[in-house]
Design a binder for this molecule. Structure first.
Ligand SMILES: [Zn+2]
Length: 92
């Protein structure tokens, strides 16, 4: 008599949770990412003003942006806007 043992196996699950709109990266992380991107005009990393706000729904759906960063360069004064998605990548 052959007995087949059914070993309960956990369902396959990826280690990284799927990208979710509900819990993107934190504001603090978005801010840090924005600071790590050099100024597009002068290439410096000094910003006198940096504001992070949640992306509007339209952008969220179109390009997956989670945060919109507005920053003013402390060297040349250029005002830039960055979009950061839920994984922490700069979208634009
Ligand atoms: Zn600059």
């Amino acid at each position: 008599m052959v007995l087949f043992e059914t070993v309960p196996r956990p369902p396959p699950r990826s280690r990284r949770p799927p990208p979710s709109r509900v819990s993107p990266i934190t504001l603090e992380r978005a801010e840090r990412i924005a600071k790590s991107q050099p100024c597009a005009r002068c290439g410096e990393y000094s910003f006198k003003q940096l504001r992070v706000r949640p992306a509007p729904d339209s952008q969220r759906d179109a390009v997956g942006t989670a945060w919109v960063v507005t920053r003013t360069c402390g060297i040349c004064g250029a005002v830039e806007e960055l979009g950061i998605d839920g994984d922490g990548d700069v979208v634009y």
